[in-house]
Ligand binder design. Structure first.
Ligand SMILES: C[S@@+](CC[C@H](N)C(=O)[O-])C[C@H]1O[C@@H](n2cnc3c(N)ncnc32)[C@H](O)[C@@H]1O
Length: 270
């Protein structure tokens, strides 16, 4: 990043964290910063700019009144995830219902990860749609929106526990479970809090956390249980499979999309 980028980031930090500015758009020669009219304080802005380490030229203008909510909703697309044998439609409450799909999930798009736009979520959804989950106990680790746990429950899982370290994700997961009419055991926490026994453990997090926490996932899996991992690049598969082998798991198969990987592993019977 050149100096322009560094100062632009610093300006975003000043306006957004110290001031009331809510959104920013980079332009070729600067930055557009948006603030609600009633929160715009020209004196505060002048002082913030004065204190900035490099000179900043700026101008303020009032924007025409538009329905920003509607605008945003228009830009947020629903996602159709195909899998071997069918499709899953992941939509927000404001998108139309579809009856030509195998599963429809309603996910309130807030701050949490798991709207199916990311290839890792789409691959994990495909796995959950393809594997036998009816009557099984499922752990959705790093559940985010709980999109994966919700699909498992819609497919007849007996019990689904969703765990996330993030308070926003936890709240959003509660809301999404209710919107889809399913009961999930949701809680805030990490791998240190795991107890019980799960036939299927799903974790779409990242390479380092998966490597660090995999032993704890395996500790709640009986022989024959399945572990689905994603949140890392294809280049990292070798390291994760090596760790899984150390813990008594066998690599079964994988999915890849746009350089991202998802692995299916099974705890060896013995
Ligand atoms: C990539 S998102 C996946 C969300 C959703 N499961 C999906 O597949 O789209 C990873 C989630 O893991 C959560 N997370 C990060 N570290 C964690 C940890 N150590 N234990 C549990 N959850 C974690 C994050 O808050 C985030 O919601």
């Amino acid at each position: 990043m050149d100096d322009t980028g560094v100062f632009r980031d610093l300006l975003v930090d000043t306006l957004g964290n110290e001031g009331p500015y809510e959104s920013f758009v980079e332009t070729p020669d600067g930055l557009k910063a948006y603030v609600r009219t009633q929160q715009y304080d020209p004196d505060w802005l002048a002082a913030a700019v004065q204190a900035f380490p490099v000179p900043v030229r700026y101008k303020a203008a009032e924007m025409e009144d538009r329905n920003w909510n509607e605008e945003w909703e228009r830009q947020h697309q629903a996602v159709l995830v195909g899998y071997d044998g069918g499709s899953v439609w992941v939509r927000a409450p404001f998108h139309p219902h579809r009856s030509d799909v195998d599963y429809e999930l309603i996910i309130e798009p807030k701050m949490s990860f798991g709207t199916a736009h990311h290839p890792t979520t789409a691959m994990m959804l495909a796995y959950v749609a393809e594997l036998p989950v009816a009557g099984r106990r499922v752990l959705d680790m790093g559940c985010g929106t709980a999109v994966l746990g919700i699909l498992a429950k819609l497919r007849g899982a007996a019990y689904v526990e969703g765990v996330d370290v993030d308070e926003w994700a936890y709240r959003n997961a509660l809301e999404n479970a209710a919107a889809n009419g399913v009961e999930l055991a949701l809680r805030l926490g990490d791998a240190t809090s795991l107890t019980g026994s799960f036939d299927l453990v799903i974790a779409n997090i990242n390479r380092n956390i998966l490597q660090a926490d995999m032993a704890r996932y395996v500790s709640v899996m009986p022989p024959g249980a399945t572990l689905l991992l994603s949140g890392f690049y294809e280049a990292d598969e070798g390291a994760l499979i090596a760790r899984a082998n150390e813990l008594g798991l066998t690599f079964k198969d994988k999915k890849c999309r746009e350089g991202w990987s998802a692995l299916r592993l099974e705890k060896t019977d013995h």
